[in-house]
Write a protein that binds this ligand. Structure first.
Ligand SMILES: [Zn+2]
Length: 150
């Protein structure tokens, strides 16, 4: 049995990798009813106001914008995909990421300095003995509020 793309290229089953990307650029999944190719609809992108984004904004508020040397981009996307509930579940894992990143980028001194320098409410909510945990908790909370508002 063969499956054909609208551009004319034909594929012979079994196709191992789905979604199938044709050389013309079209992407397909298998239409299980008719056993033909069905255009693949991309799953929605993770929400942009999720906990990962909130955490990044939080760090920016504290003057930390240099993320070189850590994988914050993919981590923050992962946190957005998890959403508020998922981040609560993976709380310890996220704190470990942050602790790891802090070692690499030398955040600790910066964060402590920022906390003492800022007089906004945020500073008072960060426990110097548990910076990572405080940040994750605030980020989740902000994401939750953002979701409720939208
Ligand atoms: Zn094609």
């Amino acid at each position: 049995m063969t499956l054909s793309c609208s551009c004319g290229v034909q594929y012979t089953k079994p196709i191992k990798v789905w979604p199938l990307r044709c050389q013309c650029g079209q992407k397909y999944i298998l239409n299980s009813e008719t056993l033909t190719l069905k255009e693949w609809i991309e799953p929605p992108a993770p929400p942009q106001n999720g906990p990962g984004t909130q955490l990044k904004m939080l760090l920016a508020d504290l003057g930390i914008r240099n993320f070189s040397g850590c994988s914050c981009k993919s981590k923050s996307a992962q946190m957005n995909r998890w959403g508020v509930e998922g981040c609560r579940e993976h709380f310890n894992e996220i704190c470990e990421w942050i602790d790891e990143a802090r070692k690499n980028v030398n955040w600790s001194t910066k964060i402590i300095a920022a906390i003492t320098a800022t007089t906004n409410g945020l500073a008072f909510r960060i426990d110097p003995t548990d910076v990572a945990g405080s940040l994750v908790r605030i980020a989740i909370e902000r994401a939750e509020n953002a979701t409720l508002q939208s």
